[in-house]
Design a protein around this ligand. Structure first.
Ligand SMILES: [Zn+2]
Length: 172
């Protein structure tokens, strides 16, 4: 759902706020809990909308209404593919006797916020866990930045020039 709706409130576009699952057509008015009737909304919009009809609620935002209606119909194909792949990969690795556990993006974010770190991919990587493990990132540490750049051709097998830089010092 987060991927489908771009991690933002469908009604006002707010990002980085807690999002709630919202029934586009209210359950009290016969709306189903099928994915095509669900969206994500911030608490305020969710409460404002209540069981109002979406056309009524968004009567002053016709563009947004149109966008939500179109997006609601889109299937969760990509998310389903990602989930199927991750479980297949994890289960295959379990076959080697490795201690594999599955976690979620939501849990990673929860851990990061609890530890008080800002959003960054390398910090998230350290926060992936079902359990909250306390760790400290010393302030002097900056991550090794890798940039991959194509060579201007569409050849899929050509080598990419990879530039390694640690404070711009190393190049390879
Ligand atoms: Zn909102």
């Amino acid at each position: 759902m987060l991927e489908k709706w771009g991690r933002q409130c469908a009604y006002c576009g707010a990002k980085n706020v807690p999002l709630e699952v919202e029934h586009i057509q209210a359950r009290s008015k016969g709306g189903s809990s099928r994915v095509s009737n669900l969206t994500l909304a911030c608490t305020e919009c969710n409460q404002d909308k209540g069981n109002k009809d979406i056309k009524e609620f968004l009567k002053r935002k016709p563009k947004r209404l149109k966008k939500i209606k179109a997006q609601a119909k889109a299937p969760l194909k990509d998310a389903a593919a990602v989930n199927a792949t991750r479980y297949a990969t994890g289960n295959a690795l379990k076959g080697f006797g490795l201690p594999i556990t599955f976690s979620s993006g939501g849990r990673t974010k929860f851990n990061r916020l609890k530890l008080g770190y800002k959003k960054d991919h390398w910090i998230d990587a350290a926060c992936v866990s079902w359990r909250l493990c306390s760790f400290v990132i010393p302030q002097a540490i900056t991550p090794l930045i890798l940039t991959a750049k194509g060579r201007g051709s569409r050849q899929k097998c050509s080598l990419l020039s990879i530039r390694l830089s640690e404070n711009g010092a190393q190049k390879a």
